[in-house]
Design a protein around this ligand. Structure first.
Ligand code: CA
Length: 233
């Protein structure tokens, strides 16, 4: 299920605007998931871990700024506000809260795509994905092009699933990845045994990496919640 497309969550209650935005983004090669309320957006964000969020502020259940405040307590995902509010104070408030950028309605689709591209560039410059498709952390190197993992120079042999899990986790360093978010990414769907299956794969992966109980060198076990790879310094 792992692909190279950036995943964008579009949260907008106006169906017409939502569908225009989704179509423009898909045409430009992005994967799009949608939400129509603040609550739905929060659920989608924790289940699917988007690379970018496009957020309307006037939502039926709560104000979009609450989504921003909430997201910023645990996530650095870029948030592009798309709002009919044109006042300077509204923009400043959203940006102060941690929004990455702000577009007012009506907007041009060319402008939207340009802003999306710029916002995504801010993600690439943080985290542990170093240039030339290589990730490095505490002696572990992931060569994405060759799907090869070494620790202190020694190759470790991983199954496809184990590699996919590690690849996905390495793109979200510093964030706790919930069981559901990993399961959705790796298997595309969840079933009754999904968490057990993930835990078995993770146990094997950590064993191959030489991880001892309580060892936080590579993958941190957030008991009952998920897993996390620390941000490389
Ligand atoms: Ca609205």
């Amino acid at each position: 299920m792992s692909n190279n497309k950036y995943k964008i969550l579009v949260c907008e209650d106006d169906k017409n605007i939502r569908s225009v935005v989704a179509t423009v983004l898909e045409t430009n090669g992005y994967q799009v998931i949608v939400a129509g309320s603040c609550a739905e957006a929060e659920m989608m964000a924790s289940s699917y871990v988007p690379d970018l969020v496009i957020l309307d502020l006037g939502l039926p259940d709560r104000d979009g700024t609450e989504f921003i405040r909430n997201a910023r307590s645990h996530s650095g995902v870029p948030i592009l506000v798309l709002s009919a509010r044109t006042g300077e104070r509204d923009k400043i408030e959203a940006l102060d809260m941690g929004a990455t950028d702000y577009i007012t309605k009506p907007f041009g689709t060319g402008e939207l795509v340009a802003r999306v591209r710029a916002a995504l560039r801010t993600v690439k410059s943080v985290g542990g994905v170093v240039s030339k498709g290589v990730f490095e952390l505490n002696g572990m190197v992931i060569d994405y092009g060759r799907r090869l993992v070494t620790i202190d120079g020694e190759e470790i042999k991983l199954t496809q699933t184990e590699y996919n899990i590690l690849d996905f986790m390495s793109h979200h360093t510093g964030q706790v990845m919930t069981y559901t978010s990993i399961i959705n990414e790796i298997w595309g769907h969840s079933d009754l045994n999904a968490i057990k299956k993930l835990q078995v794969n993770m146990a094997n992966l950590r064993k191959k990496m030489g991880t001892k109980p309580g060892d936080n060198r590579f993958i941190i076990n957030e008991l009952g919640v998920g897993y996390r790879i620390q941000d490389p310094m």
